[in-house]
Design a protein around this ligand. Structure first.
Ligand SMILES: C[S@@+](CC[C@H](N)C(=O)[O-])C[C@H]1O[C@@H](n2cnc3c(N)ncnc32)[C@H](O)[C@@H]1O
Length: 214
């Protein structure tokens, strides 16, 4: 049922900055693109974050594909993975194991379908990791575009910092969202990411890959 919804409302296509992948994504011709929040609520569908490749995730995915030494041979978590794009990039860059995590059941299904479409094996975790005690389960943690709402951004950043203190390399991809942390991060790379005017009100978003400091 969720799989049918995803297939009916997306097209398999490459994210603009990550031509190495093909993902089930909304386009201007697929209905989900035009559906308002009220339409989706009537259908019982949560906002389809998983149907878009957000600038933060694209910057991280591009960065690790161009710098595979960051993830090669390491256990990688794509936190709040949406489509799973950064987890797939990590596998392509040589991670020994990658996990895509998202609390949205539609995202969990989209990650599975996207993994199949690319012939990539990853683990999928639908738990809310933020309410669990931080453990050293991963060597690298990727978090693309998670600073769009204040309570989420604050909780996520505290959790990411705890992971960095445990020794993980933690990368935060952010296109200047209002609740991006202002301290405890160091710039690693900067990209201009093409975005849709409807989604972002800009055709291009300068996006930074930050390292979260312990
Ligand atoms: C703007 S999207 C970013 C998706 C992806 N990282 C990217 O850059 O394309 C934010 C995602 O965070 C997920 N999310 C929100 N709260 C979460 C939580 N506590 N744990 C895991 N994922 C969460 C949402 O379901 C959504 O898929």
């Amino acid at each position: 049922m969720i799989d049918d919804f995803i297939r009916a409302n997306t097209v398999l296509q490459a994210p603009s900055m990550v031509p190495e992948l093909r993902l089930h994504l909304a386009t201007e011709i697929t209905p989900i693109w035009r559906a308002s929040e009220a339409d989706l609520e009537r259908m019982g569908v949560p906002p389809p974050y998983w149907a878009f490749c957000w600038p933060g995730g694209q910057a991280i995915a591009r960065h690790i594909l161009d710098h595979p030494e960051l993830v090669r041979g390491r256990r990688v978590l794509d936190f709040a993975a949406g489509s799973g794009m950064a987890a797939f990039a990590a596998v392509k860059a040589g991670a020994v194991g990658a996990t895509g995590n998202d609390i949205d059941a539609y995202a969990v299904a989209a990650i599975r379908l996207n993994a199949e479409a690319n012939g990539l094996a990853i683990k999928i975790d639908g738990r809310d990791l933020l309410v669990l005690e931080a453990q050293r389960d991963f060597d690298v943690i990727l978090a693309g575009d998670v600073c769009y709402e204040r309570p989420l951004a604050e909780t996520v950043f505290a959790w990411l910092q705890a992971q960095a203190k445990l020794g993980a390399l933690v990368l935060l991809g952010d296109p200047g969202r209002p609740y991006k942390p202002t301290q405890g991060i160091a710039e690693m790379a900067r990209y201009d990411i093409p975005t849709s005017l409807q989604l972002e009100n800009h055709g291009m978003k300068e996006t930074i890959v930050w390292r979260v400091l312990p």
